[in-house]
Design a binder for this molecule. Structure first.
Ligand code: PEP
Length: 248
């Protein structure tokens, strides 16, 4: 039985005060022993949230990580720095990074390895655009994005990672993949991993992301291969985020 994981992606939202209030409100809805809940927050709030969440089930993550260890890489944040701030997770290859900031399959694979090297669990985001889905390329796209990481990191590396299937057309649009559409891709991802390693395929958490809300979470999370959610918009409201967490 895979442990579920509900992860927020706050993107570039909020202020120092609102980040602390949001985390406080989320923590207020959790009880001792709760697990499988995290928020990927802007880098500049990590230190505050590390302190605030120290005795809470709420884990903290970053939204990206450098593809280099250290040195002259202006504007980048290394996985050692993230680890020092108590970061458990780092998103890699979010579609906004791929489309606005030029992250490629190759650089995403390098970021994945960098995160793992220092004990930060990478959350590999993969997914197709609407044009790709309409051209029946969904599986090719997702496989290529996944294979780039497997080739670079090796199949064993997937043991300490999370995958998020995020159809680009569903991110921030209010349009969600149907339960069946999402399940079909999640199953294919798991089968692709199983072809290389059955045990890892059975244990890896594959999250769904793309306009997940309290109203649609239950159906998606009930699907056999959907182990949780990566939530953008709805994670900025503690009540909605907790409602999704509680619908697992
Ligand atoms: C995301 O950015 O990862 C995401 C899933 O956003 P939203 O929930 O707003 O679609």
């Amino acid at each position: 039985m895979r442990q579920s994981l509900i992860m927020g992606n706050w993107k570039m939202n909020g202020s120092r005060e609102s980040a602390k209030s949001l985390a406080t409100a989320i923590m207020a809805g959790l009880k001792e022993g709760d697990t499988g809940i995290a928020a990927c927050v802007p880098y500049v709030y990590l230190a505050d949230l590390q302190e605030l969440t120290a005795n809470s089930p709420l884990a903290v993550g970053a939204q990206n990580v450098a593809d280099q260890e250290s040195g002259a890489y202006t504007g980048e944040i290394s996985s050692t720095m993230l680890k020092e701030l108590g970061c458990e997770y780092a998103l890699v290859g979010h579609s906004e990074r791929r489309s606005y900031y030029g992250d490629t399959d190759e650089s995403v694979a390098t970021r994945f390895c960098e995160a793992q090297k220092n004990g930060v669990t990478p959350v590999l985001c993969i997914g197709e655009t609407l044009e790709e889905r309409e051209a029946n390329k969904t599986f090719d796209v997702v496989n290529t994005q996944l294979d780039a990481v497997i080739e670079k990191a090796g199949i064993e590396a997937l043991k300490n990672s999370v995958i998020a299937y995020e159809p680009v057309w569903a991110i921030g649009t209010g349009v969600t993949a149907s339960d069946e559409q999402a399940q079909e891709v999640h199953k294919a991802i798991r089968e692709r991993i199983a072809a290389k390693d059955q045990t890892i395929a059975e244990s890896i958490q594959i999250l769904y992301g793309g306009s997940m809300k309290p109203a649609n979470a239950k159906g998606l999370l009930a699907m056999a291969d959907i182990d949780g959610g990566l939530i953008g918009g709805a994670s900025l409201d503690a009540e909605s985020f907790l409602a999704i967490y509680q619908s697992v």
